[in-house]
Design a protein around this ligand. Sequence first.
Ligand code: CO
Length: 208
Amino acid sequence: MDFVTVFENNEKWIKEKLSTDADFFKKMAQGQNPEVLYIGCADSRVTAEEIMGAKPGEVFVHRNIANMVISIDLNVMSVINYAVDFLKVKRIVVCGHYGCGGVLASMQAADLGILNPWLRNIRDVYRIHHEELKAISDEKKRSDRLVELNVREQCINVIKTAAFQKANKERGLSVHGWVFDMSNGKLVDLDIDFTAKLKDIQEIYNLQ
Ligand code: CO
């Protein structure tokens, strides 16, 4: 992709938007009111808005390596707090994807330098679910399962936050775990009951 094409594409896009709605950019400049916070992987193939068919203004997006929600990561924590307290989103999604490079790297015996502390959080997910994962002999199936378990654990990290717990109580903010399967383009809802999970973890992580 050369950058001349990028700016030509941009001009085409402007014309296309204005041809369907002359006030498109005027409306866009007035502000945003997204109902969904999407936390996904930075992988170039998992394009949040495109796979959801979302329009500009509909989804507040945060992406990092392996869709992690780490309590001392100022970036993701700022995104969550801003989206919940100021944008008043109604739903939070954590979306992983099969074949995630970050997840695969965490399964390797290798010193990856500055990536080590980041990937350590995925290794921690592996450790929590070690019994289940070690019973899966097929490596692809094992990494696919780790992708799902990682999404689940990152959703749990969302519900551990004070911002989530408060908004859940006050206005029913919910969290959802999804996985994108790029072999067929399908978005899969892991259908995890986080209402029950919140009750469960609040025995320890209750911030209300
Ligand atoms: Co990934």
